[in-house]
Write a protein that binds this ligand. Structure first.
Ligand code: 4NP
Length: 154
């Protein structure tokens, strides 16, 4: 079982989009029994709130099932539980390190590492939910290619 937690600032735009896109990708690859997938925030700004409506619309437009969601902040216990904690941008990584303490297992990563190496720009500020979707999708594809290979090689 590979446990993945996607992280962004508010947990209402990018990280739930990543959670739902990656869940759909894993299901389509027939690998759902190998994964636990969730998302969380670095802040408490949006705690308890659902996915932001424009993020939901973008997922609907792309045919990605929207799952039940309530924003919550990441904890140190998440660092212990998950195998990979994947932030959307460099700022997220700074906050994730602050919450987790020392990343002794090298679990804290950035989604762009599996695509173009860049931050996923925050659509909360840019309003570009289509660009965020494409960037997140590309990162998730790279991530699944790597983890699928790990699973096949056992
Ligand atoms: P997210 O977007 O980090 O992709 O969920 C944001 C959502 C809320 C806020 C900032 C970014 N906020 O400041 O409340």
């Amino acid at each position: 079982m590979i446990k993945i937690l996607f992280i962004c600032l508010g947990n209402i735009c990018r990280s739930p989009m990543a959670e739902m896109i990656f869940t759909d990708m894993v299901k389509k690859a027939g690998l759902e029994k190998h994964f636990e997938i969730a998302s969380a925030a670095t802040s408490t700004e949006e705690t308890g709130n659902g996915i932001y409506p424009p993020a939901r619309s973008e997922l609907n437009r792309r045919g990605i099932p929207v799952l039940p969601h309530r924003a919550r902040q990441m904890t140190r216990a998440d660092y212990e539980h998950y195998d990979l904690l994947i932030g959307m941008e460099k700022w997220n990584l700074t906050a994730m390190h602050r919450i987790a303490g020392e990343d002794e297992k090298g679990k804290i990563r950035m989604l762009g590492e599996w695509s173009n190496g860049r931050d996923i720009a925050d659509p909360w500020y840019t309003d570009c939910f289509d660009i965020a979707y494409d960037d997140i999708h590309a990162g998730c594809e790279g991530l699944l290619a790597e983890l699928g290979k790990t699973l096949r090689e056992g």
